[in-house]
Design a protein around this ligand. Structure first.
Ligand code: CP
Ligand code: NVA
Length: 330
């Protein structure tokens, strides 16, 4: 049966079949070609979208904006704290109002329940631009980047190093299971994905001939990995007091050249960004002053190496987000 995502929200990858995810990836490749050949594609001319951000963003916000303009749409950006939502107006009422003005709504915020509630009440597609639990649009860009670097993705070994229960790690585990990629969550026991999500993903992985492994040994995690992926150690919305314990727990999972060398011959490095690979940021400088480290989740050497595909990955956010909006709004 042909895939049809018209009118669907994009809240988490668990809601989508393998075929639907592959369809979105194929569509992303088409949109990337159109963009790179400067071929106009205002296929959604006359529609309007709202971008609702309760946390900060560079890539996600800019990708939605540029993709929206490229598709011919009007775009409204609502920055954190700038709408009535949450303070003076319930999620339900906000969704019902925005649904009257807009054809689609992007939401970045806190719990997954909030984005679900928006979607339940808006009457138009809602796209999850990151919650505490999941970051599904990121994964499409990640897989597109992996596809650009390997002949086939089935059976590849993807290792996530670090805070293995954060939104990015959770989503990577889900998409790996759906697409037949072997996934290793490599981090301290205290920061492992929930047993419930692991068991759901193991079941899905089984049907796609792949597996899910958890380990707290970075040597095991890196050995024979085709993709080593990491993310910041403290996510948006977490209190700054946790830095000290995170550094203590996660230092041995920093992605170094030594770990990359344990990967397969064609091993690549991925990171959703932003990254603390040096101290050229306010947070990086503060951490350096307080804890004496100048690189966190990845060394500057790996981040800038030829194995690092992080800027292709960032570019691919835009092509994949365009595909999601087009597929659900066309
Ligand atoms: N990777 C990502 O979502 O980046 P932003 O926080 O800048 O949107
Ligand atoms: N885990 C990170 C991802 C940022 C794109 C965060 O939630 O802050």
């Amino acid at each position: 049966m042909p895939v049809n995502l018209q009118g669907r929200s994009f809240l988490k990858l668990l809601d989508f079949t393998t075929e639907e995810i592959e369809y979105l990836l194929d569509l992303s490749k088409e949109f990337k070609k159109l963009k790179l050949t400067r071929t106009p594609h205002k296929y959604l001319d006359g529609k309007n979208i709202a971008l609702l951000f309760e946390k900060t963003s560079t890539r996600t916000r800019c990708s939605f904006e540029v993709a929206g303009y490229d598709l011919g749409m009007g775009v409204t950006y609502l920055e954190p704290g700038s709408s009535q939502m949450g303070h003076k107006e319930s999620i339900e009422d906000t969704a019902k109002v925005l649904g009257r003005y807009y054809d689609g709504i992007e939401y970045r915020g806190f719990s997954q329940d909030l984005v679900q509630e928006l979607s339940d009440n808006a009457g138009v597609p809602v796209w999850n631009g990151l919650t505490d639990e999941f970051h599904p649009t990121q994964m499409l860009a990640d897989i597109l980047t992996i596809e650009e670097n390997f002949d086939s993705i089935k059976g590849l070994n993807l290792t996530f190093m670090g805070d293995a229960r954060n939104n990015v790690a959770n989503s990577l585990m889900v998409i790996s299971a759906k697409l037949g990629i072997n996934f290793t969550a490599c981090g301290p026991k205290e920061l492992m994905p929930s047993e419930e999500l692991v068991s759901i993903c193991k079941e899905i992985a089984l049907t796609n001939n792949s597996n899910i492994v958890l380990t707290d040994d970075p040597i095991i995690g890196a050995t024979n990995a085709d993709i080593i992926y990491t993310d910041i150690w403290v996510s948006m919305g977490e209190p700054s007091e946790v830095w000290s314990s995170r550094i203590h727990l996660l230092e041995k999972f920093r992605v170094t050249k030594e770990l990359m060398d344990l990967g397969s011959d064609n091993c690549i490095f991925l990171h959703c960004l932003p990254s603390f690979h040096d101290i050229n940021t306010v947070v990086g400088k503060n951490i350096n002053k307080e804890f004496g480290i100048n690189e966190m989740e990845v060394t500057d050497e790996v981040f800038r190496s030829k194995y690092s595909k992080v800027f292709d990955q960032a570019e691919n956010r835009m092509h994949t987000i365009k595909a999601v909006m087009y597929a659900t709004l066309k």
